[in-house]
Design a protein around this ligand. Structure first.
Ligand code: BYC
Length: 313
């Protein structure tokens, strides 16, 4: 008779989905909780750099669009916490781990948004990178994560376009606007390139995650796809990517880039980037201020449960 592990391996080999009620190896479950939680936390913390410009958007239309985008990120966080909960964990547990610094969120959100052009650069570059990473996750072997990603990717695609449109407007505007757009590209380019994670050779989780069908494309291959898609977009904008070594490699038929500053990446991941302390203080502060909402919601739920019991009796 087939063991549970053999059944699981057969599903993975057949490229089928694993569902929450299926048996799964403990490390598969833990890896997914780690990745989905990190992803959910990134969506929620990612609201901060953009939220910073909600009150200063240059027009009512831009403000409405940005508000909708930031709300979308909150929704993504909620779908993802929901997906993680199907693995037997609890959202409040995951938040405790984040607040205690024991779970990560994406390095990219530890950089400041200094001008309005940063909102364009985030949409264009950061959401562009996120889509590149997340489209293959729609085929992830764990059903609830894969299904959550389908809707998230549709919304991210709209976000990317609104970011590019902001950059296009600035790039075709006054000299000061063009300079602002170039400055934002200068500051966001390398952190976005780093977002895909360490080089394959230095990525401890990649091999196993690829075998389990959690990751479908490696960090380096996704990074390359992003660069190849984005360089022509920068050319269309008339902006210069801040990498003197960037060039088209005739033989490989792809762009080669200069050295990535991995020290900077690990410094930011390690909690010492420009905004790490600020992001966490804001997040923990908001959570603590929301205590009364959680108390009210749970008092209401207890009351409803008691009423349902009375009716049933
Ligand atoms: N930042 O072996 P590796 C968004 C960590 S939100 C921080 O390659 P893995 C958006 C990694 O966790 C974007 N840490 O790991 C929202 C691991 O550390 P631990 C978020 C990073 O898991 C609002 C160690 O480095 N997207 O789209 O195989 C507005 C070794 O790495 C980072 C996701 O979360 C990083 N950038 O691959 C706009 C997508 N990179 O856990 C946009 C889902 C690596 O061992 N996640 N680390 O302590 C993934 O696809 C994968 O988890 C990663 C890393 C590619 C990120």
């Amino acid at each position: 008779m087939e063991t549970e592990e053999e059944k699981f391996d057969a599903l993975i080999d057949a490229d089928d989905r694993i569902e929450p009620t299926d048996w799964m190896p403990e490390n598969y479950r833990k890896t997914l909780i780690r990745q989905i939680a990190q992803h959910a936390h990134s969506e929620i913390i990612g609201m901060q750099p953009e939220g910073n410009w909600l009150t200063r958007a240059p027009s009512l239309r831009r403000k409405a669009i940005l508000t909708a985008k930031v709300q979308d990120e909150a929704g993504h966080g909620l779908y993802l916490y929901g997906a993680a909960e199907t693995l037997g964990t609890d959202r409040s547990e995951l938040l405790d781990l984040l607040h205690a610094g024991r779970q990560k969120y994406s390095s990219i959100f530890n950089y400041p948004t200094l001008t309005w052009a940063d909102i364009g650069a985030i949409g264009w570059l950061v959401d562009g990178a996120a889509i590149m990473n997340q489209v293959p996750l729609c085929r992830c072997s764990f059903g609830p994560y894969a299904r959550a990603m389908v809707r998230i990717c549709k919304e991210e695609s709209f976000h990317q376009r609104q970011g590019f449109q902001i950059m296009l407007t600035l790039a075709n505007g006054t000299d000061a606007q063009r300079e602002m757009a170039q400055d934002a590209l200068n500051r966001w380019w390398w952190p976005t390139v780093m977002m895909f994670g360490p080089a394959d050779a230095d990525s401890p989780h990649s091999e196993q995650n690829m075998r389990w069908g959690i990751k479908r494309i490696s960090n380096d291959d996704l990074r390359q796809k992003f660069i190849d898609a984005t360089v022509p977009q920068a050319e269309l904008l008339g902006l210069t990517i801040p990498d003197p070594d960037l060039h088209w490699d005739e033989e490989r038929e792809t762009y080669d880039i200069g050295e990535i500053d991995w020290d900077e990446f690990w410094t930011v991941v390690g909690g010492n980037g420009p905004c790490n302390d600020d992001r966490m203080a804001t997040k923990v502060g908001a959570y603590n201020e929301g205590e009364w909402v959680r108390e009210a919601a749970s008092a209401y739920a207890i009351k409803q449960a008691a009423r349902a019991k009375e009716v049933a009796a």
